[in-house]
Design a binder for this molecule. Structure first.
Ligand code: FCB
Length: 479
């Protein structure tokens, strides 16, 4: 590992975060753990998906991933070195509950107990996500998320895990990014289980939200001193031009990406205009009396994953998404498939995602202005770049460092503007299996050499550690 030369640098931040601000980094189970057939873990939809030809770039799988299941102690040591105050990770449902039903698997639970112990001993607050896309295959075989029963199965699993670990884990998130799980999993087919059934994907979205609500109710009823929320991926959305068609494109994309989830979780109803668009795709009779109250069960915080801004066009034949899928996939924009995603002229990351921290500002201020006041946390933010280890053994990821610096500055200015933002989790702690992109995209603060599993702190990690130590950000251009 490289050491950081701080001698020549000014040690005073020009931006200081409030005391108690959460400085975290995030991962998810399937992307890092490996050990897919150990200690009684059952098969998930991603294990099945990666084995289907053409689903993942270069045929990569996550059987070993970054071997975190065996290296978690070393990984916690790295978190300690960085000075993280919190670590967000997900628990693998198929590891904890074989085939998604019955009692918890003691060996799976033991792994997470050991991980939590290790974190607590290092003074790092564990933030658990209960579902980050690895549905037990047996539940997909029974219908998957388009089936209402999956919501109930999730609530059973969530309450069992919460009962087992709620004495030591304070911060819980139910479902990560229901938009992706529903529309990439069941409409475009870019993600597991790879179905291309637009009508079913709307049911999946509803049942993922219902699963969240049922889990919140069940966990809350246990009377533990925990804080519970859900994670949504939000985007700023702008029109390509001032035309009416482009404004309607914004209404539709913002509707399906943001308002569908925010209005249901925080206001207890789906937006009327989105329901009207979706009703042209399929019958919405699966929304039952009482569902919306359950989905809007009070939460203690909202977790936000923010990466980019969309610029959209409603003109016929609008340009194809700049962030196109790596594999053959349909459109996730159910009912709005003809909308074009155009290049907004900003620099892009290795994912083709435009870098725009003003979009994060917009998202945060909108939440504060249009929704009931609730503590907010950035649960994911970060960027993929084509990192290389240089002959000095370092990874000079200047662009990632600048990306995170800019977005943290935006967080700071939102706090100054009165937004109740409590913390920030960089995506990701370490390079890992990036879903349909396999190991082709690196998001980590920490570089992983996949053949040897060696971890190398990138410059962004060293800078993040220093920022945490300072409780703020130094002026990068003053160095
Ligand atoms: C988010 C996912 C996360 C990771 C980042 C890049 O949508 O939650 O697992 O893939 O994107």
């Amino acid at each position: 590992m490289t050491t950081h030369d701080t001698k020549t640098k000014v040690d005073t931040p020009d931006v200081t975060f409030p005391t108690g601000f959460v400085w975290g980094a995030a991962t998810s189970a399937y992307q890092i753990e490996g050990a897919v057939a150990e200690d009684g873990r059952s098969v998930s939809i991603w294990d099945t998906f990666v084995r289907q030809p053409g689903r993942v770039l270069d045929g990569d799988d996550a059987d070993v991933a970054i071997d975190h299941y065996h290296r978690y102690r070393d990984d916690v040591r790295i978190m300690s070195e960085l000075g993280l105050t919190a670590y967000r990770f997900s628990m693998s449902w198929p590891r904890l509950q074989v085939d998604g039903k019955g009692p918890l698997n003691p060996r799976g639970l033991d792994f997470y107990k050991r991980l939590v112990d290790e974190l607590l001993a290092a003074g790092i607050d564990p933030w658990v996500t209960l579902y980050h896309w690895d549905l037990p295959q047996a539940l997909e075989d029974a219908g998957g998320w388009p089936s209402r029963d999956t919501s109930k199965r999730f609530a059973d699993y969530a309450t069992a895990v919460h009962a087992a670990l709620g004495d030591r884990v304070r911060n819980w998130s139910t479902v990560n990014e229901p938009w992706c799980a529903a529309f990439l999993g069941y409409a475009s087919g870019e993600h597991a289980p790879g179905r291309r059934e637009p009508a079913a994907s709307i049911e999946a979205a509803h049942h993922l939200l219902l699963a969240h609500g049922l889990a919140v109710e069940g966990m809350r009823a246990q009377g533990l001193q925990t804080r519970i929320g859900g994670s949504v991926n939000l985007y700023a959305v702008s029109p390509a031009t001032s035309s009416e068609a482009d404004h309607d494109a914004v209404r539709r994309i913002d509707g399906l990406q943001n308002r569908f989830f925010l209005d249901s979780l925080l206001l207890g109803h789906y937006p009327e205009d989105v329901l009207s668009d979706l009703s042209k795709v399929g019958d919405l009779g699966f929304i039952k009396d009482g569902d919306m109250e359950t989905i809007a069960a009070p939460i203690d915080m909202l977790l936000i994953n923010y990466y980019s801004r969309f610029t959209v066009s409603g003109a016929p034949g609008g340009a194809v998404s700049a962030a196109a899928a790596p594999t053959d996939a349909g459109s996730p924009w159910v009912g709005s498939e003809s909308i074009g995603f155009v290049n907004g002229g900003r620099p892009v990351t290795a994912m083709g995602w435009e870098v725009d921290d003003t979009g994060l500002h917009e998202v945060l201020l909108r939440l504060a202005a249009e929704y009931p006041a609730i503590p907010l946390v950035i649960s994911e933010n970060g960027a993929a770049y084509d990192d290389e280890v240089t002959p000095d053994g370092a990874v000079h990821d200047t662009e990632r460092l600048a990306y995170i610096d800019a977005h943290l500055r935006t967080c700071h200015s939102a706090i100054e503007a009165g937004v109740p933002l409590e913390g920030y989790f960089a995506w990701s702690l370490m390079d890992n299996f990036e879903w349909a992109w396999g190991y082709g995209k690196r998001f980590g603060l920490v570089y992983v050499d996949y053949p040897t599993q060696e971890r190398i702190l990138k410059d962004s990690a060293l800078w993040y550690a220093e920022s945490i130590r300072l409780g703020g950000l130094r002026n990068l251009s003053a160095q």
